[in-house]
Design a protein around this ligand. Structure first.
Ligand SMILES: [Zn+2]
Ligand SMILES: [Zn+2]
Length: 336
């Protein structure tokens, strides 16, 4: 089969032939339909902290068709369309039994979506109803990240919410915040080009660059934010979030920042701000993301700004390292 393979830090992915996967007793081979390119994948290919071995096939935001199952598999059948929860875990500890795979001591994040086929544990399969296409199914993972963040807050009815960052994760957080009862949801980004998209996904306001940024945010929200999502992951933004949230408010950290960062503990203490980093999702959150698409709320589709073939994936991937107009790029793995 063909796959886009990670070779070394700082080098482009390379599309080449690799062995076809086969199943263990509890495993499933998935023919990948669509896979999203995620900022985390970019980080993995440039930052030694992730320790990715050469030969890794990345891609953790994908959906496809089950084409082979191991003898113990009961959760799915061949022909089923599934979205993959990209976490492997022991399956037996209390966290795993509760569907909280990310909290398992043995958890590891799996990829494989940048290849024509990949093998996963049956527990990782979340069935897609016929109403949800595999292209929509590839959006389930980033939507689940946003929902996990919203639940971590938690967003409660009547909240004023600020989202720093208008990438797919920030937009997903805004999407869920509104659906969980926030009355005002402002999204902010350094340029105005995502304004329309943010409003489409549920934001009530978009705040672009401004001389008096704090005032502009408060005006957009009708008061200081109860909850701030930091969905970028750059040094300085945690401090900005603490600065913008109301006293005793909450900052949910969704942005992945591997660089050292500082914020002022005194300011955080005086305001008694709760800082809550949120990572991945639980199985019920993943299923809820499928449900919302099944229920007909397909506004997240508008995050997809381009779809590329597997052959074009390496070039599209490199382009995303620089300033780009793309929001979510999907790979149509079998497309020309
Ligand atoms: Zn991701
Ligand atoms: Zn476990």
């Amino acid at each position: 089969m063909r796959a886009a393979v990670f070779k070394a830090l700082g080098q482009p992915l390379c599309v080449e032939r690799v062995p076809d996967p086969s199943t263990g007793p509890d495993e499933v081979v998935v023919k990948v339909g669509r896979c999203g390119i995620c900022g985390t994948d970019l980080h993995i290919t440039e930052d030694p902290i992730f320790n990715a071995p050469p030969g890794t096939v990345l891609g953790h935001e994908f959906a496809g068709e089950v084409v082979q199952i191991g003898p113990n598999v009961e959760r799915v059948r061949t022909g089923d369309h599934v979205s993959i929860l990209p976490v492997r875990s022991c399956g037996q500890c209390p966290a795993c039994l509760a569907g909280k795979f990310a909290r398992c001591a043995q958890m590891r994040i799996t990829g494989g979506g940048y290849g024509e086929y990949t093998v996963v544990h049956q527990r990782q399969c979340v069935k897609l109803p016929s109403t949800v296409s595999v292209a929509d199914g590839a959006l389930v993972e980033p939507l689940a990240v946003g929902l996990h963040g919203a639940n971590a807050g938690p967003v409660t009815t009547g909240d004023r919410v600020l989202v720093i960052g208008a990438g797919p994760i920030g937009l997903a957080a805004a999407f869920w915040a509104r659906r969980l009862g926030a009355v005002q949801v402002a999204v902010t980004a350094p340029s105005n080009r995502r304004a329309a998209l943010a409003l489409e996904l549920g934001a009530t306001a978009f705040v672009g660059p401004s001389d008096n940024f704090g005032e502009a945010v408060n005006k957009a929200l009708g008061g200081p934010a109860d909850l701030v999502f930091e969905a970028v992951g750059k040094p300085g933004l945690l401090a900005r979030a603490v600065d913008l949230v109301r006293p005793r408010g909450t900052v949910v950290v969704l942005g992945l920042c591997t660089a050292a960062d500082t914020y002022n503990p005194f300011q955080t203490m005086v305001k008694e701000v709760r800082i809550h980093p949120a990572m991945l999702y639980d199985l019920p959150e993943f299923e809820a993301a499928v449900d919302v698409l099944h229920a007909g709320d397909v506004t997240p589709r508008s995050m997809v700004t381009e779809t590329v073939s597997l052959s074009d994936l390496p070039a599209a991937f490199e382009a995303l390292r620089h300033r780009t107009t793309q929001c979510k790029t999907l790979v149509d793995v079998w497309g020309a």
